[in-house]
Design a protein around this ligand. Sequence first.
Ligand SMILES: [Zn+2]
Length: 593
Amino acid sequence: MMTKRYSEVWDLEVFFQGGSESPEFASHLQSAQEAISSFKKEVGNWNPNDQVSEGNRLASLVEMFDGAAKKVRQAGAFVSCLQAQDTEDKKAGQLRAAVTELSASLQTALTVFDQKLAGFSTEVWDELLQSGLLNELRFVLTERRERAAERLSEQEESAINALSVDGYHGWGQMYDLLVSSTKINYKEGSLSVGQAANKLSDADRNVRKEIFTEWEKAWGEKEDFYSKTLNHLAGFRLNVYKLRGWEDVLKEPLDINRMQKETLDAMWQVISENKEPFVQFLNRKAKLLGLEKLSWFDLDAPIGTAESKMSYQQGADFIVDNFGQFGKEMADFAKMAFENKWIEAEDRPGKAPGGFHTFFPESSQSRIFMTYSGTPSNVSTLAHELGHGFHTYAMRDLHLLNRNYAMNVAETASTFAEMIVSDASLKNSKSKEEKLSLLEDKIQRSVALLMNIHARFLFETKFYEKRKQGLVNAETLNELMKDAQTEAYGGALEEYHPLFWASKLHFYITGVPFYNFPYTFGYLFSLGIYAMAQEEGQGYEEKYIALLKDSASMTVEELAQKHLNVDLTKRDFWEKAVRMCVEDVEEFLALTE
Ligand SMILES: [Zn+2]
């Protein structure tokens, strides 16, 4: 008999006792509010002379900011966990609103703070960063100062912020409302968008085809509403850029991801030139499904039924063992997370879908959320989230401000951990069927990141260019999307999804512009690191940890140069990474010859 050594339910009581009714948490919110207020007041009272003597004051403001930010993040992490573990927890929803308000209020104070940083002359600024805390934080502080300098005055930016509530974010919320009112007809009844999306991976082609026909119809019926929403959202963004004097629509997303245009171009170019193996994969998949060519609705169709299951304990051991093949620190971290109840994995009703990792900075602990039912993809998800956990763990001794890595490197450690485990699963597979289905799973990720996300990027860049000239109607959006998909999938599909611009939430996210390429970057960046780890074998872990530690305090180009000795603006690195994806395809093609 296997004994259950690891709890499948996490421990949140160590943070605040009593869940969403916790009095301890209520007073935490209070103290976060106070920390923000005093930071705000201090910043408001600060009228820096352009002199090095301001250094101490600046350092103390930074510490106040840090303290307030820690409290807000601690609160945000707790509420995320509460909401995920029980979707019926109404009180948690109210707490979410309170945390959102705290973040907004901290953000306002920061805008003022950043403007004051921009007020220093370059000479004095450089002098200020010579030593101590300010030196340790020189990258992030300089980044804040430079971003502020590229923006409008404090009053103008505040006005934009205020107007964006209704004029920008409001359109993003309008999208959510439209989606929730969109129903997909199926048989006698109707399905929500989420339910219908799940059926697009049904084993029965008739089901997929029927759903997809209704799917296109449903988005098409409301296409004018969706196009209006997208046009206004994009129009607001473009007008803000114009006011700030920003020509290129990619300026902000590149800046957020701390990367150069040359890097992005090199990455897409290599991807564009390597479509052929993936087209071959899609053609082979079509053949395995008894089809001439695949259509959009066949992309997620399963090719086999072979699936081995693992209990939670087995899955946990498998992960710890295989992390151990790579390095001791990573294995020890995973073991500690399992032992100390950092993971919520129980398969029970009432939990939110999906998985995530979150970090409690005041306690220096992570929590991982998911629902584990024993499939190989559950094991991958668990490894993925533990990878995120290891990333924050590797940074544990750093100042909090040096731990805010951008979205494109956020997925590095998670993908890396996932690769270790999926490679091990492949080696471990007991039959050809099982191996094929695991391999297909892996290749599907490449297809998603090198084809689907590429289509999104091609569409979005073209759309924004057109939008500069005026409103873009639904018909044109459909055409743009179809062209983008045809290019990104190398013409491999028989039927595309022209209304993808309406059905994909990512185009409507107002928090982050261009919510697509950072994923592809993160995936390939991580594969490149993985390739090096395999070349170097044991002993690489130390280098890997050093890279993770630096991942939030330099640009991605500097990070790659310093730790991998590669130039991301050149093709070599990207070729090596894409090559790893192609090798999977080659193996798949050989196995299914
Ligand atoms: Zn992730």
